[in-house]
Design a protein around this ligand. Structure first.
Ligand SMILES: *Cc1c(COP(=O)(O)O)cnc(C)c1O
Length: 386
């Protein structure tokens, strides 16, 4: 089976991890701060907080931004469930903004309209979480303007988007947001096995996330309620978690980060080949917004079901039967049983629902070979024609 995504691990990555295994610190050593500093430098942010997953980082970010019971957090329905769950962990309510039918990201027009209504209802969101779907950045300038106008915080779910650029600048610099979060799961752009990282320009948000990453326990006299009684003294000043990344993971991340540009460039090469080979098939191909340089985490195509004689299920199953590990990103979050239980229903976000009824993520990862990609194209073409 050719998977839809997979990691690219080389000897230098293995050596970097082995070096940590032979060192004094497997965790809480110098490599996590070094990885944080390297990512911050790479994306042009001021602070970085590494975690054991992007899900944890999203949770810490929502807490640091003050989400709690009575608040509402908005995100896109076309995302992984973690983009919405992070608000639920804080006791906040979740709502969704439908997607743009062309970029498949949160629609700025729909966001503006929903904000106008929310203002009339006195139920404005505390945080909006735009998701850079497939690695293509959202329209952050407009979202940032709306944030200032309506007074909400912006948390970028950049899980797909390390290495991406918006208006020529790296995603993660938080130019139009408060916090951005990357994921380093093995299918993403670079990996630490499991892992995530939050970037921000605000030192207080960074301190808050660091505190909550380690149980809410501090050894910094500046964060203590009382006075430090000596070098043994620590205080728990909030209810935090163990969301730490290990030094083994950070070493892998540092090693991978060195190849970031190269990894994204090979995804672009594959995308160009798909664009050309699939242009005449009954498909809607990914659209490149002129303000963006995508990291191309995913390459979904939308089936033009009105122009083929097969159902979505038939095409998908045919691809899988012929060893093409296609996938669906994503089932709209509001249609999941957990969210329907909270009151959401099918039909509420029609663009996201239409997208999910047509989208098939094709294999897209740096080590996908030319012959494998040609096989994907051939099988897809036959599956659509049958
Ligand atoms: C992968 C992913 C996450 C969660 O990342 P983990 O590191 O696996 O916790 C969150 N949001 C989106 C959009 C993702 O794709």
């Amino acid at each position: 089976m050719i998977p839809y995504g997979r990691q690219d691990i080389r000897q230098e990555d293995i050596d970097a991890v082995v070096e940590i295994l032979r060192s004094d610190f497997l965790t809480q050593g110098p490599t996590v701060p070094a990885f944080e500093a390297a990512v911050v430098e790479r994306v042009g942010a001021s602070h970085g907080v590494a975690t054991n997953s992007a899900t944890s980082a999203l949770h810490l970010a929502c807490l640091a931004l003050g989400a709690g019971p009575g608040d509402v957090v908005w995100t896109s329905p076309s995302t992984f469930v973690a983009s919405a769950n992070c608000a639920r962990y804080c006791g906040a309510d979740v709502d969704f903004v439908d997607i743009d039918p062309r970029t498949w990201n949160m629609s700025v027009a729909a966001l503006r309209e929903k904000l106008e209504q929310a203002e009339r209802d006195r139920r404005l969101p505390k945080i909006v979480i735009p998701v850079h779907l497939c690695g293509q950045p959202c329209e952050m300038e407009s979202i940032g303007e709306l944030a200032r106008q309506y007074g909400f915080k912006v948390l970028e779910d950049a899980s797909h988007a390390i290495g991406a650029r918006y208006q020529g600048e790296p995603i993660g610099n938080c130019h139009h947001s408060d916090i951005a979060v990357f994921s380093f799961h093995p299918v993403k752009i670079i990996t630490t096995g499991e892992g995530g990282l939050a970037t921000t320009r605000d030192p207080e948000l960074a301190d808050r996330m660091r505190l909550l990453r380690t149980h809410g326990v501090t050894r910094d006299p500046g964060q203590m309620v009382g006075e430090s009684l000596g070098p043994w003294y620590y205080e728990q000043v909030a209810l935090g978690f163990n969301y730490r990344m290990t030094d083994m993971q950070a070493a892998l991340g540092l090693s991978q980060l060195r190849r970031l540009d190269e990894l994204v460039a090979s995804r672009h090469e594959l995308a160009r080949a798909y664009d050309a080979a699939l242009a005449d098939l009954p498909l809607q191909l990914p659209y490149n917004h002129p303000d963006t340089y995508s990291s191309l985490h995913l390459y979904p195509v939308r089936l033009r079901l009105d122009r083929i004689n097969r159902t979505y299920r038939e095409v998908f199953e045919e691809l899988r039967r012929r060893e093409i590990g296609v996938n669906l990103h994503y089932i709209p979050v509001h249609t999941q049983p957990y969210y329907r239980e909270l009151g959401f229903s099918v039909g509420q976000f029609p663009e996201a629902e239409r997208y999910h009824a047509e989208a098939v993520s094709l294999p897209m990862f740096p080590t996908l070979e030319k012959e494998q990609q040609e096989e994907v194209v051939r099988v897809l073409q036959e599956a659509l024609e049958a």
